[in-house]
Design a protein around this ligand. Sequence first.
Ligand SMILES: NC(=O)c1ccc[n+]([C@@H]2O[C@H](COP(=O)([O-])OP(=O)(O)OC[C@H]3O[C@@H](n4cnc5c(N)ncnc54)[C@H](O)[C@@H]3O)[C@@H](O)[C@H]2O)c1
Length: 429
Amino acid sequence: MQRTKPVTVVVVGAGHRSEWYGKYSIDHPDEMQVVGVADPNPIRRREFQKLFHFPDENMFEDADALAKKGKIADAVINGTMDEMHVSTTIPLMRAGYDILLEKPFALTEEEMWELYGVMLETGRRVMICHVLRYAPFYQAVKEEILKGTLGKILSIQASEYVSYHHMSIAYVRGKWNSLKKCKSGMLLAKSCHDMDIIMWLMNKTPVSISSFGSLMYFTPENAPEGAGERCMADCPHVDTCVYSAKRLYIDHPDRWRFYVWTEFEGKENVTIEDKIRLMKEESPFGRCIFKCDNDVVDHQSAIIQFEDGATASMNMISNSGKDERTLHIVGSKAEIYGSFEDGFFTIRAIDPSPGIECTAKIVDPLSGKKAEGHGGGDHRLVQDFIRYVRGQETTPSLTSLSDSIYGHQAVFLAEKSRETGQTQTFKAI
Ligand SMILES: NC(=O)c1ccc[n+]([C@@H]2O[C@H](COP(=O)([O-])OP(=O)(O)OC[C@H]3O[C@@H](n4cnc5c(N)ncnc54)[C@H](O)[C@@H]3O)[C@@H](O)[C@H]2O)c1
């Protein structure tokens, strides 16, 4: 039997997401090889070279330099930041690369249609990193739907609770905290996965959407009395506030370390004193949580209507004790409810027999085991990308760019509805 050659990839944007996907090649060298990198940051380029052992001539200063060089691999893993996704992907598609592209794949509807147009024109394969579709929990839910267990779906309710420490690191103090800075609203940056899951599970054409939400809590009026500007420099609440930088990042040195301590990347012998000084003087993560430059919402809800009258609702709510995604789907024959973090869900069916109200069956795809990286989804996503690039049969989880359009469109229209107070209409594809 002829052996299939590994799919070769160049990483564009050598951040922590790309590293995670790229590392699939270390355990599966027969399936994928990382043969180059494009990133303006020379330290990150070197780190990737050390990790994946490619020659100097395959290191590029940015996506454009790689595109100008032409095709040196089968595909690209594009893990640049949100606002770079479209401008970096278009020249790479034109240069002949298939692309694994991080979400959000576009920041506006206009950008979304532009990218889609170039994909149709060039015939390239573009897959979006909607990793949740590959998590065993959601895969098992989808299987039940495909088997017909639920019958005709009437309603899907999905909620995403964003924990205090996650909200703080990313959406209040961090790089997705402001529309001006990252060009993504909260729903796009955080919950485009959940919108994608709704569209994937519902599998019907969406018609209209309404949304409400605001920035209500992480504002100066809610700072405790006498709060300082920087937790560890001038705040009397440093040991009691649940958002204290000391409590979140010094007392938990490993929590979100790839975001908190980027200043120390490539440096050795970093001491606790160095970290405390950074928190006191410079780090954006050392600021009072109520006095940051954040402008994205801290809670938002959206309701969607589908062509056959089915409805779905999506809630993104921050300031919870832990990160949690819950799902409740009601169909004509049965319902499913569960929490992604628990890893299992329950299928409930009506049973009017005397002494019984309904039946309940637990489905636990991991049998109680813990899985890494979005419930184990990250590496299964790379596996499917490899099959996609090779033109082999893929799984029902595959999220091509075309499959991702309604989920992203839902987010753009929800934002428009939140701002204007008007229900918005989907454009069909
Ligand atoms: N799928 C998920 O669940 C998930 C989770 C977290 C983040 N993300 C998304 O992943 C993306 C990357 O996030 P990250 O935290 O790894 O980012 P990061 O900032 O660590 O990495 C981005 C890299 O892109 C590089 N870059 C900038 N301009 C470039 C250019 N023109 N060409 C090539 N490289 C360039 C930067 O130097 C940086 O090293 C973001 O869009 C984010 O929203 C997705």
